[in-house]
Design a binder for this molecule. Structure first.
Ligand code: G3P
Ligand code: CA
Length: 372
């Protein structure tokens, strides 16, 4: 009955709003989401510890259209929201004597990590941990929330998005990312079917549903495409290659995928791309924004939407000439709005940001015909 209830809830939430204008010529347009999407990256992670329900709720309250859970698996096969499966950087696990013996070293995507891993914990065990701020030097105010929030499950994130959709009278989308999919498949905890089943069971079906499934790997997105027609987004890094390409000996790199020809191939299984922001507008020798590349134009020619990552308000993450206060300060905030304006001018269809309130204000200042 839970599934039927959720389907009814989501239908109820969606019916609050009229159908938006469709931009059917490019990629995919969720029926009840605007054309220019503000994606709360790991929640409003500039303002709350990332990947907590508090961070996601803050993102929504600050105007995000979509919230972004990165997903990893527990030992008992539950999808939970964490950026990494090694959790010492974002939880208090290292301070828990009862779990000290689980500290270990593993190779994940060809990199060695020492710490504590979600796949070695049941959900019940993970729920005893508490989140903490990942980058306290950049976000000292967030440390006030250390120790308060649990690791949420995918289901809890979905429940929040659906509850807040009703509460706000607008659709809140979700943008789940499979993290380390080849690794989790290799250890017997594949994520793809569980993710698709969870989305379908919660009423998300069809290419206009307010969902974007993302991955830095290729094979698992193609696998997901075979399971569902929900929107799929290929993430692109500014360097290197997808882990599944490395494992299979495929010589192609992210740069190859981002070429005009590569994007035409992406369009056979995906609806959009999520590039690093430097792939859209590189930095010049002075670390200021240079001229846009052809990526947006090439992606749109392939009918792919473009959602770059990640827009962060603190000085170290901004172009040199947009830093404010003490330019060398790790925590002083600069003019992220000006950075976003440049990317919207370059034609992006939305963006991942750690501070959705700033993104909301920038998008809302666009002419209505550009953002609806
Ligand atoms: O998924 C878009 C963006 O979040 C990719 O980078 O490392 O923050 O997951 P990451
Ligand atoms: Ca992500």
């Amino acid at each position: 009955m839970k599934h039927a209830w959720n389907a009814a809830l989501i239908a109820g939430a969606f019916s609050l709003l009229p159908l938006s204008a469709q931009s059917a010529d490019i990629g995919v347009k969720a029926a009840h989401l605007p054309a220019k999407l503000v994606v709360g990256h790991r929640g409003a992670s500039a303002l709350r510890p990332e990947h907590t329900l508090a961070a996601y709720e803050k993102a929504i309250d600050d105007g995000a259209d979509v919230i972004e859970p990165d997903l990893v698996s527990t030992k008992d096969g539950v999808l939970v929201a964490r950026h990494e499966n090694e959790i010492s950087g974002t939880t208090d696990v290292a301070a828990r004597p009862e779990f000290a013996y689980r500290k270990t070293t593993k190779t994940i995507d060809n990199v060695s990590y020492t710490g504590w891993f979600t796949e070695d914990f049941t959900l019940a065990e993970l729920k005893t941990l508490r989140a903490k701020e990942r980058i306290p030097a950049n976000r000292p105010a967030n440390t006030a929330y250390d120790g308060q929030f649990q690791i949420p499950t995918l289901q809890e994130v979905i429940d929040l998005a659906q509850r807040k959709s009703k509460e706000k009278g607008r659709t809140i989308g979700i943008y789940p990312e499979t993290k380390h999919p080849s690794y989790f498949k290799a250890i017997g905890l594949p994520m793809e079917q569980r993710l698709v089943d969870a989305l379908h069971a919660n009423g998300y079906r069809g290419k206009k549903a307010p969902v974007f499934i993302q991955s830095f790997e290729v094979a698992n997105l193609k696998e997901i495409r075979s399971m569902t027609d929900l929107p799929v987004v290929q993430l692109l890094s500014g360097s290197g290659k997808p882990e599944d390409f490395r494992l299979s000996g495929d010589s192609r790199t992210y740069a190859d995928i981002a070429s005009a020809a590569g994007l035409q191939e992406v369009a056979t299984y995906a609806n959009g791309i999520g590039p690093s922001k430097e792939m859209v507008i590189p930095r010049d020798a002075g670390n200021n924004l240079a001229s846009p590349t052809s990526l947006v134009r090439d992606a749109h020619a392939a009918k792919l939407i473009v959602h770059p990552y990640t827009f962060r308000p603190e000085n170290p993450f901004l172009p040199a000439n947009l830093r404010q206060g003490n330019p060398a300060s790790p925590s002083d905030r600069g003019d992220m709005a000006a950075e976003l304006e440049a990317f919207l001018k370059a034609g992006v269809d939305g963006f991942f940001t750690d501070d959705p309130a700033i993104g909301r204000a920038v998008v809302d200042a666009l002419p209505k015909k550009e953002r609806k």
